[in-house]
Design a protein around this ligand. Structure first.
Ligand SMILES: NC(=O)c1ccc[n+]([C@@H]2O[C@H](COP(=O)([O-])OP(=O)(O)OC[C@H]3O[C@@H](n4cnc5c(N)ncnc54)[C@H](O)[C@@H]3O)[C@@H](O)[C@H]2O)c1
Length: 347
């Protein structure tokens, strides 16, 4: 078991290890007094994992309830959000109670946003069950959901009270979901630590998760609300999230971001923002991970979605520029130059 303490607007622990969720109740008792805990999860994770968690919570003196919705990105919308809020109210959840987000990034994002907004904000705990959520989504407090117009367009910064990351959940993840986590972890290799790439390829999950937590922890602590350096975590996402939406979420988040990372690296080089082109090396690594990173969508359609990016401030957008493999910096470019930037990235 390892513990990472994140000091942001609130201070909380991220606990990692094997088989820790059977003791979830005891860990949670260290941060919450006895109260009602409402587990929010999707139907796949519910059938596999909610019973062990419920047993542990009840043994530790918590009252429990559960809200379940269909799995996947398609559920991360206003309709699911409304249903969650109504169910929380029906259950009589109060401000002294808390939510547990049990699942991947889609579950964590929407359950976290429900926690941020129900009764003007209640506490919540993240229990990530995917590699993707364990390396990135489960901590840092970026909660939200998708609108018809684009991805993650509604949300709030709302930090969890605790994150419990149990590697045992990875045992049942299909290969495709493990690949998505690997793609998101590659983002950390490019922005901060090139040697991580070998560990990602070697499927050294605990090492990778723990390095990603350490890297993200320092970004959260420096720039919790993502006005500055934390935007570097958006590497690959300006193009990647547009591609994800254009695929009608048929392309998983990790794969879309892999396409975005290769394209944005190439764009940065071809527009002269950096003297190094890491796009080839990155595409090779993604190929070894099983991804085709070619992009089949037109520049205009990507641009129309990219202009909704949350890294836009006024008439400028922050782009993440690799200075070398393992170090990136932020540059501001004009929105009027963004279409050309995307075009160069897709060449
Ligand atoms: N908030 C953030 O900082 C942040 C960061 C990165 C990604 N995200 C978001 O995360 C989402 C993608 O994450 P994801 O892929 O984890 O999403 P997900 O929650 O949609 O999970 C993917 C699938 O895996 C299944 N699953 C979950 N755990 C399982 C397990 N242990 N065994 C078998 N199946 C399991 C789910 O039922 C679902 O079908 C995107 O919406 C993305 O925008 C958020």
């Amino acid at each position: 078991m390892k513990k990472f303490t994140i000091c942001a607007s609130s201070t909380y622990d991220v606990i990692t290890g094997h088989d820790i969720v059977k003791d979830a109740g005891a860990y949670i008792r260290e941060v919450l007094e006895p109260c009602r805990l409402c587990i929010i999860t999707d139907s796949t994770v519910n059938s596999m994992y909610s019973q062990v968690l419920l047993t542990s919570l009840i043994e530790s003196g918590f009252q429990t309830s559960k809200i379940v919705f269909p799995p996947g990105e398609h559920s991360k919308n206003l309709s699911t959000y409304t249903n969650i809020l109504e169910a929380l109210a029906d259950e009589g959840i109060t401000r002294s109670d808390a939510i547990i987000a049990l699942g991947g990034g889609s579950v964590g994002d929407i359950a976290g946003f429900a926690a941020a907004t129900y009764m003007r904000g209640i506490r919540y705990i993240q229990i990530p069950t995917t590699y993707e959520a364990a390396v990135d989504a489960a901590y840092g407090g970026e909660t939200g959901l998708n609108l018809m117009s684009g991805k993650n367009l509604v949300g709030a910064f709302w930090q969890p009270s605790l994150v419990l990351c149990d590697y045992g959940y990875f045992d049942t993840l299909p290969e495709e979901r493990l690949k998505d986590g690997a793609a998101e972890a590659m983002k950390f290799a490019v922005i901060a630590e090139s040697s991580l790439a070998d560990h990602i390829l070697a499927k050294d999950y605990p090492y990778v998760v723990e390095r990603c937590i350490s890297i993200k922890k320092s970004l959260i602590e420096t720039d919790e609300r993502c006005y500055g350096l934390r935007q570097i975590l958006g590497f690959g996402h300006t193009i990647g999230q547009a591609v994800e939406k254009l695929s009608a979420y048929g392309l998983p988040h990790g794969h879309a971001v892999a396409i975005g990372m290769v394209a944005e690296s190439k764009a940065a080089f071809r527009t002269g923002l950096t003297g190094v082109d890491i796009s080839g090396e990155l595409a090779d690594i993604f190929a070894r991970l099983g991804f085709d990173t070619r992009c089949c969508y037109p520049v205009d359609e990507i641009y129309n979605l990219a202009v909704m990016d949350k890294k836009i401030f006024g008439d400028k957008i922050s782009v993440v520029v690799p200075e070398r493999f393992g170090k990136c910096s932020l540059h501001r470019i004009s929105i009027s130059a963004l279409k050309e930037y995307i075009r160069e990235g897709l060449k």
